[in-house]
Each structure stands twice: as C-alpha cells, then as structure tokens.
Ligand binder design. Structure first.
Ligand SMILES: Nc1ncnc2c1ncn2[C@@H]1O[C@H](COP(=O)(O)OP(=O)(O)OP(=O)(O)O)[C@@H](O)[C@H]1O
Length: 366
C-alpha cells in the first residue's frame, strides 16, 4: 500500500512573540484525509501553530511545504490560503444575511453568481440552515452563528481545514450535533483537518492522531489510544487524565510480569522495566473498580487493596472518589453504583485494577 501523500509539511519552525520563543517545532506533517487534534494547556502554542501553517504569523525560522513544494512567495501563500479554510471560536460573521456570509468565500474566489447560489444552497442544507438564508447574521443564537461559520468554511470546498476551538461555550447537545455534521462532511469529502480543542473526548472521538503541546513544543503525538493510555511523561499523563500517578521502584520482572514497590505495597503490571528502575505507575480512574466486600478471588484484576474513601466530588455523570489504600488512588463510579454501594466519605472499600491498566513511565533522575 502506498503511503498517503503529505498535504502539509513544516520544518524547523521557530516563532518568537514579545521577545520570547513561543513555538519550537522541528517537524510536523499533515497527510491526505488525516484528522489531527492539537491539545495542550493554555499558552502551549496551538493557535500560533495553526496561524504559522497558514503563513499568518511572522516566524524566526522554518519552512512550510504544500504537497511537497515549499511555500515561499506571497502568491504561493495566497494560493495555499485559497485551498484552506479556518473556523475560529468567534464566528466573525459579517453584518449581512446568512446567505451572504456563506457566499463570501466563494465571491472572493471569483465564482459566478449562478454557481454560488447552488453551492450556498447545498451547504445551508447540510448545516440545517436552509430556512435561515435571509436572516440577518446579527440575529442568530451562538449555536446558529457557529453553524453559519462552518457552512461558510466548508462551502469553499477546501483541501485542508483548521478549527481553533470552534465549539467552545456551546451546550453539549449543540456541540455534539455540530461535531457530527462536521465529521460527516470531512469524511465524505476527504478533507485533511487540524482541530485545536480543550475537549479531550472530542479529540478522542474525531482524530486519527492527537498531538500534545506544551511550552511551544510537541511533547507527544500518536493515535488517541497511544496518547491516552501510554503517555510518555508525567506532564502528558496528568494532562490526559491519568489521575493516579504513583512513584515506585521495580522489584522484579519475570517474563514481563513486573512487581513495583509503591509506598510499601506491591503493584503488579507488565512491561520491560528491570529491577531497580525508578518509575511512575499511572492508572486511569475509569479503570479502578470499587467494591464494598472482598471481590471474588477469581477476579481478573491482579491488584486488590483495602482502603477508605477520603473525598467524594462530582464529575457530571460520575463521582470521583479519592481512596487511601496506603497510597492515594482515584476512581470514578457512576451515581447509580455510588448509591447502590452506599458509598460515602470514611467508608471502608476494596479498590482493584488490572495489571494491564497500569502504565509505567521511567522517572528521570532528580
Ligand atoms: N499578541 C501576542 N504577543 C505576545 N505574545 C503572545 C501574543 N499572543 C499570544 N502570545 C503568547 O504566545 C504563546 C502561545 O500562545 P497561543 O495562543 O498560540 O497558545 P494556545 O495554546 O493556543 O493557548 P490557548 O489554549 O489559551 O488558546 C503564549 O505564551 C502567549 O502568551
């Protein structure tokens, strides 16, 4: 099978803002039909990276290639921008009708009136805006305005689309409906896309690759499963919701069955780390099971600890439990389980998790 061609390649990019280096990226690529999410804390450089890929940010060094050709002259940048579209958190609609807003990119590209009419009608339909064509864009709700900005971006039928938190501050059902519409069109048309988002579930659901940024650098990239379950360091582990991160030392490794000493207790896991290695044991809260009686000894979970509920806090549909098992462990339980098990602060429980649910990260020497 031939490798898909890269649509965009970025090399040796450095961007300074206010005299400080805010982006330092040796290389980054986006391939044909690929959907990439950029995640990272505030100020990590996600928006600056998008703007750099469109040539809208002054850079100290670096080059961008579009389908293998370096983009250098202003006419080449203009050509690249004509093949791309960008959707921002602020829909930035013109004070005109919904139709005119969706048509604006097509007019800029010199399309004829008849063709514009057909194209706009088709994208208004796709985003359930057909009945609003003549409405003033100033009189739309937040969700409707986002729909118009998406229709406007997709109407130019770009080869690449950039989204910078396009759904922030929308209610969950509206957000869900918009991401589904967007996802469908992207897949139907085979558009390459980069999404900046603070919503990791959105990144997980939509992307083939997740790129984690921090301090202007790419700290990890990979499939959603690789990034979420195998973070490369403590920062990524924390950022992707590995709520339990325990310091330990590998005591034994028999054919990849590892025992790690953590606060005087043993945590079983699997891997290549050898005895003496200083590690972090990272465990996702959804992989910890809580019970009130001693579970069946045949349970497949290799790690089982008696403990006490120290703190209970709400996480929407779940409750987050902090458990003292000799080390602190975080678990999520559904509200239904919480009620059925009659859980409360101070309650004695058993916490268990599988050996394969423990991800080990080697600790760097202090
Ligand atoms: N106009 C500016 N002048 C100077 N520095 C800036 C300017 N805009 C942003 N920065 C800095 O550039 C860095 C990267 O900012 P950027 O907006 O790309 O981050 P981000 O990851 O998109 O953040 P957020 O999640 O908050 O949107 C930050 O340190 C920020 O303070």
């Amino acid at each position: 099978m031939t490798k898909p061609q890269n649509v965009l390649d970025l090399k040796e990019l450095r961007v300074d803002r206010g005299g400080v280096t805010v982006l330092d990226i040796p290389s980054f690529s986006l391939s044909e039909n690929e959907f990439v999410s950029l995640i990272g804390p505030n100020g990590a450089g996600k928006s600056t990276l998008l703007l750099s890929l469109m040539g809208l940010m002054k850079r100290q060094s670096g080059s961008v290639c579009y389908r293998g050709s370096t983009v250098a002259s202003s006419s080449q940048w203009l050509e690249l921008r004509r093949r791309t579209a960008m959707v921002l958190q602020d829909p930035l609609l013109f004070d005109s009708t919904v139709f005119d807003n969706v048509a604006s990119g097509l007019k800029l590209r010199g399309m004829g009136r008849g063709e514009i009419k057909k194209r706009v009608a088709s994208y208004l339909e796709r985003f359930n805006l057909g009945h609003m064509a003549e409405r003033s864009a100033r009189k739309l709700s937040g969700g409707e305005a986002r729909r118009v900005s998406l229709a406007r971006a997709f109407a130019v039928e770009p080869e690449v689309i950039f989204f910078d938190e396009p759904f922030a501050n929308l209610d969950p059902p509206t957000r869900q409906a918009l991401t589904e519409d967007m996802d469908r069109i992207i897949r139907d048309r085979g558009i390459a896309a980069i999404l900046v988002t603070h919503d990791q579930s959105e990144a997980l659901r939509m992307s083939q690759r997740i790129v984690v940024m921090n301090g202007g650098r790419i700290v990890q990239q990979g499939t959603p499963a690789a990034v979420m379950n195998h973070p490369v360091n403590e920062f990524v582990a924390n950022f992707v919701g590995m709520e339990t991160i325990l310091e330990g030392e590998v005591k034994s490794n028999h054919e990849q069955q590892i025992a790690v000493q953590v606060a005087g207790r043993e945590v079983d896991t699997v891997g290549d780390e050898q005895p003496g290695a200083q590690v972090y044991c990272c465990i996702r809260p959804e992989n910890v099971t809580v019970s009130v009686s001693h579970p069946n000894p045949k349970t497949s979970a290799r790690n089982l600890y008696p403990g006490r509920v120290i703190e209970v806090s709400s996480m929407g549909p779940f409750l987050k439990l902090r458990l003292d098992c000799g080390f602190m462990l975080t678990a999520y339980v559904t509200r239904e389980s919480f009620a059925t098990l009659e859980l409360c602060e101070g309650k004695e429980v058993y916490a268990s998790f599988k050996a394969t649910s423990v991800h080990l990260i080697r600790r760097r020497a202090a």
